[in-house]
Design a protein around this ligand. Sequence first.
Ligand SMILES: Cc1ncc(COP(=O)(O)O)c(C=O)c1O
Length: 374
Amino acid sequence: MSLKNYMKINKKIVMNDFSRDYKKNKKEINIGIKRVLESGWYLLGQELKLFELELSNYLNVKYCVGLANGTEAITLALIAIGIKPGDEVITTNMSAYPTITGIERTGAKAVLVDIDENTGLMDISKIEVKINKNTKAIVPVHLYGQACNMDEIIKIAKNHNLKIMEDCAQSIGAKYKNKTTGTFGNAGSLSFYPTKNLGAYGDAGAVITNDEDVYKKLLKLRNYGQSIRYYHEEWGINSRLDEIQAAILRAKLKKLDENIEKRRKIAHFYNTHLKTVKYIIENKDCLSTYHLYVIKSKHRDELQAYLSEYNISTLIHYPVPLNMQKAFKFQKEDKFPNTFKFANEILSIPIYPELALNEVRLVVKVINQFKPKN
Ligand SMILES: Cc1ncc(COP(=O)(O)O)c(C=O)c1O
């Protein structure tokens, strides 16, 4: 297929097409929004209560607290489990930058470890050397919809008396040994940013926990530290998940399992048909929800440019190891060989539930025809 012919026949294949999702769920979403508008109650109302209940049932966890976004979910979850300024929190060098923002906003210091070269997840064998008297928590990031090896992380946390707060922004519904991510440690943070597997039509997030004290603390933290109106018992911020987003999320939650299944089918198709590139394999004992489908190539930049010529969108999650971000002031000299190699080779290709089979086939066909020039 010549490029000219290809361009004549095919439309752009994008990373996400939210209008397709809306079309599919239009009726229920519109009903939900109308219900909120007509209720005259827009914050901390019935929709949020029901969403929190429905989500905790879905994830099989005792408590869920809706918040304004996934970054504040990290901060408030860490504060709720006892992290204080000056503490150290160990996390991965390959994540979205908000993992760092969320940790640093507590006043704690984020300490990074290298990743496993096959999965892109934190290399658990590198955690213990970073533990010192200031270390208080581990923040595993279940990147790309995978799940970290939680048995090992729990073992280390127990041995060193550390808390665990799982960053599940990309992993809602993902499982490790058949148990949902976010339910292994003291708390788990979620993001409902529109691209996420459960995406709002704006910003939203949540924390899940089985600990009643953490739950009660979060209710105050998200609402200026008050539990009774105008009586502020402790420090808190405004981090509320509004009623319209809650109604939208309630409608979309009903389709989450079906959507995860569709993502897994697309991933399976890619796994079996991509011939010229490597791809991230599902971590052992993990059921991935394929928030992202990540391939690897030594000729990544050339491949990305080539796909762009064929109108196929791609992104890099993430091009810069966190310690090399200008905003991050520490560990500039530390060696992270796997993270650096990974960041140079990874490329995320389109995957979302409404992506049509003919589009998936086309992506495969174009990638399989790629011949690097050097
Ligand atoms: C791994 C990870 N952590 C945290 C966040 C922050 O979530 P939000 O964008 O909702 O603040 C994101 C989303 O971008 C993420 O991918």
